[in-house]
Design a protein around this ligand. Structure first.
Ligand SMILES: [Zn+2]
Length: 402
């Protein structure tokens, strides 16, 4: 992954920081606000905004004064320019492909979800993915595409190491997509990033969600099956040497536990994911395509006070706390964010999670680590867009002119 804009050097770094501030503010801010956040002089801000206007990235409008406001000129309003480039964010999940077009500032321009048949072949899956991305293109300048995939991803070449829940072998996903893009005039030449879905959710929650402001944020979430995660440090992902960190789903929480698709037994994800939750409710045989709906119904019942449903949530939350204890000991986070249905499960039954952590984490014992539910409904897509925008945020001169 590219460096965060804050660490890029020189005047490009300052220009990037100005654009990043506008981006994180939702694509709209007053000039005074930007000057304050960047801690620069008025004339420096004037120069930066001029550069960003020349690149077609921002538009500066005269400010208006609210009734009753004091004297002086109202501050100008800075907005993302109407013709500024957009990015495509794609989420390749076990049961569906969702593709969205996202503008600077994080606004979703349009999105489309198409169901994916169970056990689809690599060939057919990648063809559908490329077609769905091409179908999103609608005349805007597109800077880059990020594909989120439920697998560890090698940073160097975008190879998906183990898309276990798609039942795929190791797949050179970036190369396969680039091949298909090159053969289609709508997509030829598009830059493609591939990244782990939960890593991207972690990035999104740390920049725009429940982990905003945290220096070290540990994230765990679940798609249809399995548990993934990420560690964001000052808004940037910790990736390990090749890009495979963090894989919390395969830490052992019960050596005598159930077999996992990874070859081990008693991994956090087989002991605490959606399947484990349904097993705790006595439903051992739910087909893959019904898992999400059945788990949602169970959580609704627990929220409505159903004792058996609540007991199942409590049972599945205990190994989640045990897994978190080890992860907290390794990473010393200042907050833990639980995304997707894990967040809802934590809200319904926080005690077993807290008990699991308290019993096994000496770091937590020296100052309780706050655990929070995620704040973003579409964290994976938001994170994919963040990753696609990163080269532009690092250097606003980087992308082609209109
Ligand atoms: Zn495993």
């Amino acid at each position: 992954m590219a460096r965060s804009a804050d660490t890029a050097g020189g005047s490009r770094g300052t220009l990037g920081r100005a654009l990043t501030q506008l981006h994180l503010a939702g694509g709209q801010a007053s000039r005074a606000e930007l000057t304050r956040t960047l801690d620069c002089g008025r004339s420096v801000m004037g120069y930066l905004l001029g550069e960003l206007e020349d690149e077609g990235l921002v538009a500066v409008e005269p400010g208006t004064r609210a009734p009753g406001e004091g004297g002086g000129r109202p501050s100008q309003q800075v907005e993302v320019a109407p013709g500024a480039p957009v990015v495509i964010a794609a989420d390749l999940a076990a049961d569906a492909i969702t593709v969205a077009t996202v503008a600077l500032g994080g606004r979703v321009v349009r999105r489309e979800r198409r169901a994916l048949p169970a056990r689809i072949s690599v060939e057919a899956g990648v063809t559908r993915l490329a077609e769905q991305i091409a179908a999103q293109l609608d005349g805007e300048r597109v800077g880059a595409v990020t594909v989120a995939v439920p697998s560890p991803v090698r940073r160097a070449d975008g190879e998906a190491l183990a898309p276990l829940h798609l039942h795929w072998p190791q797949v050179p996903l970036r190369d396969l997509l680039l091949e298909r893009f090159a053969a289609d005039e709508r997509t030829a030449g598009l830059a493609v990033h591939v990244a782990n879905d939960a890593n991207l959710s972690a990035l999104a929650e740390s920049r725009r969600g429940a982990g905003r402001g945290a220096s070290t944020m540990l994230y765990l979430g679940t798609a249809t099956v399995g548990i993934g995660g990420g560690l964001a440090v000052d808004g940037t992902l910790f990736e390990g040497s090749r890009g495979y960190a963090i894989e919390p789903g395969h830490v052992t929480v019960n050596p005598a536990g159930r077999p996992c698709t990874c070859g081990s037994t008693g991994c956090l994800e087989v002991e605490a994911d959606t399947r484990a939750l349904l097993r705790a409710y006595g439903r051992d045989d739910v087909p893959a395509e019904e898992l999400t709906a059945r788990a949602d119904a169970l959580l609704d019942a627990a929220a409505a006070g159903d004792a058996a449903a609540r007991a199942a949530v409590e049972e599945a939350n205990l190994p989640l706390g045990v897994g978190l204890a080890g992860l907290i000991n390794l990473t010393d986070p200042d907050c833990v964010v639980l995304g997707s249905s894990l967040g809802r499960r934590f809200e319904l039954a926080p005690d077993p999670v807290r008990r699991g952590i308290a019993a096994r984490s000496y770091i937590d014992a020296h100052g309780e680590v706050p655990v929070r539910p995620g704040a973003l409904a579409d964290a994976t897509l938001v994170g994919a867009a963040e990753l696609a925008f990163q080269p532009l945020l690092d250097d606003p001169h980087a992308w082609p002119h209109p």
